[in-house]
Design a protein around this ligand. Structure first.
Ligand code: SF4
Ligand code: SF4
Length: 567
């Protein structure tokens, strides 16, 4: 431990602690634009400068380690002046359109400017980069003019996701962050995961906004049908300013009804349907010598990564569509018939934690109902915008229930939100179907948590079924390299593109690991609280097989619920 003094307060901290971390202990938040608590230290924005031992040269608090008897000042007039000067230089290169910027109200640059009382005109001439805004991606909008070169997106795209789309180009004043060879995002191997949006401190990388499609559908008199993903009910309240992890299923449904949705269904239902189809596909592959290891296919970010980085291995992907897309097919066929609605008059919309779902619903093969199965995939952040635009005070709403007949999913469907959840849900069903015995211990702890790779071996009727779970595409790459060299000795592998799984998805409120952990606790609590915790026991699942599909992997199932991949 070392003894230091910050702004007149004596404290002891561990050797190697940075000044920024030490200051937090006495409740001083030193501003920074490049620093992110889950990322490496970059020390590029220099907003965090402080005085150390009275030296003339200011030092960056994010990277400067404390030492014995160090005396630090974090708020002298010289420091405030230096920070303001750095901000003015950033402003001279940054569009001044805060009022209609997507990040208005949540921009870190705006917030630091406000905190530093930047209330007079800047002294420098404004010179913008003059780059065209890239709206080519269905998921992400990239405005390079707003980029402040912090490097957060470059790190997440290259080091965490290993997709390598974003990099710094050129030198000095001409430095920009851009996809390779001047390409637009849509023309690259970007998997649409939105993790770059999650870390961008300003409005350079934002979610492609589809809220206008809801208003348009209402104006056209369409029947508005929504499905809500498992993790969305754990993050919508957070997106509207409530505490992280607040579950608000009932209030969310009320708000959606007030927004004009005619039906609000629970995507847990098709998460259960995915387990029925995918679980039976796994049994089929194991007993009939199919391609193993089978890999989950419910994450469109991962599916695109597999298609672009491991195109020869797409036969390992389960042919089952994602829960979003299964619901899309079911709504415009089975439900439309049951409710007597012309499917052409349905606007089918999903509320997802995910930016990649926007890409997935537009894939040309996702139209087995005879129409685009899901017309729009909205993120949790977009639903929050719709609720705010309507002036709804979310905190005061009464609770409502999901609509029938797809209003009750199982706990197994609920845990799709977390890394390991799809695997655990599948094991609950596969075990009971194969053994005919009741599974006493429903929780598979070995596949829970945030380890990059989780493994389990489960004895089912004398066969040891080996499974693995990975999250983030960096971990997916490691396990795929083992599949390629033949050392991935598993029957079934779950892959989720986002760190932590969908609960850390690119369309959720801004994440860090502490928030993801807090949200995940409540995901598992919801599973515990549900009366039905296994997919095959859900009454809605029994009903759709009895009335419409026949049995898992039937011809109708294959037509509506399964797909093929690009290779
Ligand atoms: Fe990279 Fe994902 Fe952002 Fe695409 S969406 S640029 S893959 S981080
Ligand atoms: Fe979307 Fe979930 Fe995949 Fe992230 S992990 S890309 S949120 S499906």
């Amino acid at each position: 431990m070392v003894n230091i003094n910050i702004d007149g307060i004596n404290l002891q901290v561990e050797e190697g602690t940075t000044i920024m971390e030490a200051a937090k202990k006495i409740h001083v938040n030193i501003p920074s634009l490049c620093h992110h608590e889950d990322q490496s230290v970059k020390s590029v924005c220099r907003i965090c400068v402080v005085e150390v031992n009275g030296q003339k040269l200011l030092q960056p608090a994010c990277s400067y380690p404390v030492a014995e008897s160090m005396s630090i000042r974090t708020n002298t007039p010289r420091i405030i002046k230096a920070r303001k000067n750095i901000l003015e230089l950033i402003f001279s290169h940054h569009p001044q359109d805060c009022l209609n910027c997507d990040k208005n109200g949540s921009c870190e640059l705006q917030s630091i400017a406000q905190d530093l009382n930047m209330n007079s005109p800047i002294r420098y001439e404004v010179e913008l980069r003059g780059k065209a805004v890239d709206t080519s991606s269905p998921s992400i909008t990239f405005d390079a003019n707003k980029c402040i070169l912090c490097g957060r997106c470059v790190e997440v795209c290259n080091d965490v996701q290993t997709v390598g789309i974003l990099a710094k180009e050129n030198r000095g004043y001409n430095t920009v962050v851009a996809p390779p060879y001047g390409k637009k995002l849509q023309d690259t191997a970007c998997v649409n995961c939105g993790q770059c949006v999650q870390v961008c401190p300003v409005g350079a990388l934002t979610i492609h906004d589809d809220t206008n499609l809801v208003y348009k559908a209402k104006e056209e008199g369409k029947v508005l049908i929504a499905q809500v993903a498992p993790s969305s009910r754990t993050t919508i309240a957070e997106a509207l300013g409530e505490e992280t992890g607040t579950v608000s299923t009932g209030r969310m449904i009320t708000a959606m009804k007030m927004l004009g949705f005619d039906y609000v269904f629970d995507t847990d239902f098709t998460a259960d349907l995915t387990i029925m189809e995918e679980g039976n596909e796994l049994l089929n592959r194991i007993t009939n010598g199919g391609v193993l290891p089978m890999m989950t296919s419910c994450c469109p970010g991962w599916v695109k990564f597999c298609e672009t980085s491991y195109p020869k291995y797409t036969q390992h992907l389960s042919s089952a569509k994602s829960p979003q897309q299964m619901f899309g097919s079911v709504i415009k066929t089975y439900f439309a018939q049951k409710a007597g609605i012309d499917p052409a008059n349905i606007f089918s919309c999903s509320i997802m934690p995910c930016t990649a779902k926007k890409f997935e619903c537009k894939r040309p093969e996702m139209s087995d109902s005879g129409y685009q199965d899901v017309d729009a995939a909205l993120t949790v952040q977009e639903l929050a915008k719709l609720i705010k635009s309507a002036g709804i005070d979310f905190s005061k709403l009464e609770e409502s229930r999901f609509d029938n007949p797809f209003g009750l999913g199982s706990g197994a469907g609920e845990i799709f939100a977390a890394t390991g959840g799809v695997m655990e849900a599948a094991l609950r069903t596969v075990y009971e179907v194969l053994t005919g015995e009741e599974l006493k211990q429903l929780e598979f702890q070995a596949v829970r948590g945030f380890e990059g790779l989780k493994e389990a071996a489960v004895d089912i009727n004398g066969t040891t079924v080996k499974v693995a779970v990975v999250h983030s595409l960096g971990e997916a790459r490691k396990i795929m390299d083992r599949v390629v060299d033949g050392t991935a000795d598993y029957h079934f592998i779950e892959v989720m593109a986002c760190p932590g799984g969908c609960i850390g998805g690119g369309g959720n409120p801004v994440r860090n690991w502490k928030k993801v952990a807090k949200r995940t606790v409540n995901v598992y609590q919801q599973d515990k609280d549900l009366p039905i915790r296994k997919s095959h026991e859900s009454p809605a699942i029994k009903m759709i097989y009895e009335e419409f599909l026949g049995e898992p992997l039937s011809e109708t199932s294959h037509h509506l619920l399964h797909t093929k991949y690009a290779n």
